[in-house]
Write a protein that binds this ligand. Structure first.
Ligand SMILES: [Zn+2]
Ligand SMILES: [Zn+2]
Length: 94
């Protein structure tokens, strides 16, 4: 892992921000919490996906095409990332 310059994204209302990656399910605003599993705690490279994606990932065992398609990774800004986290994080330990 290199700690290079963070990737920036111009996120409409949030302006230019450090980018982060979430799964497509975390972008849905009108669903019940989907879980929020963080895969990176590098503030310049935040990545998270929902509980369903975690299950899918365990099933697939790696980043397969099927997993990627299911996950539908989306680039968001860190503010959106935090909003998703607030919306979807549920206190499930393991
Ligand atoms: Zn997901
Ligand atoms: Zn944003």
């Amino acid at each position: 892992m290199t700690t290079s310059e963070p990737m920036m994204i111009d996120c409409g209302p949030h302006g230019e921000r450090v980018s982060a990656v979430v799964c497509q399910h975390l972008l849905q605003r009108d669903t019940s919490p989907s879980g929020f599993i963080e895969n990176s705690d590098d503030p310049h490279d935040l990545q998270a996906w929902c509980h369903l994606c975690e299950e899918k990932f365990q099933l697939e065992g790696e980043m397969t095409d099927a997993f990627r398609q299911f996950n539908g990774m989306a680039i968001v800004c860190v503010v959106c990332y935090d909003e998703s986290k607030a919306r979807h994080a549920i206190s499930v330990t393991q």
